[in-house]
Design a protein. Structure first.
Lengths: 249, 343
């Protein structure tokens, strides 16, 4: 069972995931405020800042801290977190706004018509809605480089497909519940596919393999088939750079 | 020619593993690494490697390999495992001691009947390119190891050095590799409150069996179904290795080295780190029981295991008289007879 800490910023519970992982739980919802609290703590407990911390994993509602109990005691770790949460010195998080090109044409969007039907609008309305929102990257998971982003316009919030696909092509833009995501690699998947990007979300040849990081913002930019193909070739020849800009703190 | 081990037969699932890919779970990359770190670390110690040197993890049945180097020093570690060396009249190198084999020699890894995994270490290590700082194979995303996959026939596993050093062979006096019926120690949580009291009692008082559905990502257990208090989908959070996740079916799954970094099912308990290698050794059909312990007990067990492992590796005994004469190794009775090789 966790014990609660009332801090200046927020209230958390400490939960144990075994003897070498501590969960700092902020809540149980998908929520921007919770996410920002998680990411702010994450920025302060990086492995190079605190000896004994091995790695940290931010999620929608909690931060998992993997640590070596031979180097830092759980007690000391909890005290440090309490101190961080109680103070108001937030670490600066460097985040970016990314403009990701997406082709929403039928060839790349096997579920667009059905999504439109379920949402009670036209496919082009779905495209306008989906590409007219700036999304927050909540967390990465499921596959290397797979971003969970939100929130979708309420009209597009649909349950997952009843019948998951065995193979979702890489680059697929997908939606389910209040979230949207991009499949970095071919994999099974149960989300609705409404487009595709030629951009590589996970590339081991980059110094930082994942394009996006938790806390980043994403705007999808509709492109036609011909433009998609141009970008795809530029990505192949490594001459394409995804447009992005720093987000002012 | 690059020194290597040529794969004559790959075994059931043989992959390059080290102690894991640390520091990338926040971008969705699992840690991977050996299911049984204790065995890999001892095997590395036996051939003079540092503990995290990449070796081969062998699941269920072993590969047959041919030495394509001037010579190699190898050691196998795993309960009941051995190496069967030679083409005609093979001799056996038991688990827990090193042996130096000449170029062109062939050997088969014989896996133990009672352990799901064993580890082959090679002096100098396996020389695959590091991906995000690790040689560990994560097949699901084709990362690490040999092209991100398990070994296949005709592969050549690249080695870091061409020739074994001239040192003597080493032997571990006893291998601390429990494979029996010992209970697996868990710490309840992080989400035991999502389960009924009966479910927690059932977890701790029932015998489960490792189902056929077991791989490097996780092992699904047969046994009583564990009921959730109210619903089984939670807002996704992060997963620690050893966490026991219970999806809607109520059938628990112990999440192992290749587990996804995040998930949306509640975790009723987490296997303590000192017992993760023990879980890794369990095979489909094996019984499994759980006992809850405190965090303090878990930390003490981890501390004790680290101390004993360090002591064991530091105290490996030299096997006298083998020296550099490879031919003497072949005739020497320090290599035990074929009788121990029938697993």
């Amino acid at each position: 069972m966790g014990n609660s800490v009332a801090g200046k910023i927020t209230k958390v519970r400490f939960l144990s995931a075994g003897d070498q992982a501590l969960v700092v739980e902020f809540g149980d919802r998908v929520d921007r405020k919770l996410s920002e609290d998680v990411l702010r703590l994450n920025a302060t407990i990086r492995p190079w800042m605190l000896e004994g911390v091995i790695e940290t994993v931010p999620t929608f509602r909690s931060l998992m801290i993997h640590f070596d109990p031979l180097v830092i005691s759980r007690e000391k770790l909890e005290h440090t977190i309490e101190r961080v949460l109680g103070g108001d010195s937030g670490s600066q998080i460097d985040t970016r706004l990314w403009r990701i090109p997406v082709c929403y044409e039928a060839e790349f969007a096997p579920d667009l018509a059905e999504v439109a039907q379920l949402a009670g609008c036209s496919p082009s309305d779905v495209v306008v809605l989906h590409s007219g929102t700036i999304y927050h990257v909540y967390m990465m998971g499921f596959l290397p480089g797979f971003p969970y982003m939100g929130d979708l316009p309420p009209k597009l919030a649909l349950p997952r497909r009843a019948d998951p696909r065995l193979r979702v092509p890489p680059g697929s833009i997908s939606i389910a519940t209040s979230l949207t995501a991009i499949y970095p690699n071919e994999s099974p998947g149960g989300w609705h596919l409404i487009g595709a990007t030629p951009v590589r979300l996970f590339d081991l040849d980059r110094p930082s393999p994942a394009l996006l990081a938790p806390g980043d913002a994403v705007l999808f930019q509709p492109v036609d088939r011909a433009h998609y193909e141009q970008i795809r070739q530029a990505v192949e020849s490594r001459s394409y750079k995804v447009e992005s800009e720093p987000i002012a703190a | 020619m690059m020194p290597g081990l040529k794969v004559l037969a790959p075994g059931f699932h043989t992959t390059v593993q080290d102690l894991g890919r640390i520091g990338y779970q926040d971008i969705g990359v699992p840690v991977s690494g050996a299911l049984d770190e204790v065995s890999l670390r001892i095997a590395n110690g036996l051939v003079g490697n540092s503990p995290a040197t990449p070796g081969l993890e062998i699941l269920l049945s072993g590969p047959s390999l041919e030495v394509t180097a001037d010579s190699v020093r190898v050691a196998i570690v795993g309960a009941g495992a051995s190496l069967r060396v030679g083409r005609g009249d093979p001799f056996v190198v038991p688990a827990g001691q090193s042996a130096t084999l000449p170029g062109d020699e062939v050997f088969q890894v014989v896996a133990g009947r009672h352990s799901a995994c064993c580890y082959l270490a090679v002096e100098g290590g396996i020389a695959v390119p590091l991906v995000l700082g690790s040689a560990s194979t994560y097949t699901r995303a084709a990362i690490g190891g040999l092209e991100g996959r398990a070994l296949r026939r005709k592969d050549v596993v690249p080695l870091a050095i061409t020739r074994a050093s001239l040192g003597t062979e080493l032997r571990a006096p006893a291998l601390p590799l429990a494979v029996g019926e010992q209970s697996i120690r868990v710490i309840l949580g992080p989400q035991q409150e999502c389960f009924t009291e009966e479910a927690v009692t059932a977890l701790l008082n029932s015998e489960f069996r490792v189902s056929k559905d077991a791989d490097r990502m996780g092992m699904r257990l047969d046994g009583p179904l564990l009921q959730h208090r109210a619903g089984w989908d939670i807002v996704s959070d992060a997963i620690a290795t050893g966490s026991i996740q219970v999806p809607g079916s109520g059938q628990p799954i112990i999440l192992l080295a290749d587990h996804q970094t995040t998930g949306g099912y509640p975790k009723i308990a987490t296997v303590i780190s000192a017992d993760l290698p023990v879980v890794g050794r369990r095979r489909s059909g094996d019984a499994i029981r759980f006992v809850a312990v405190s965090i303090e007990t878990a930390e003490a067990a981890y501390c004790e295991q680290e101390r004993r492992l360090t002591e064991l590796v530091a105290g490996l005994k030299q096997i006298p008289q083998i020296g550099l004469d490879l031919s003497s190794l072949y005739g020497n009775n320090l290599i035990s007879g074929v009788t121990t090789g029938v697993e």
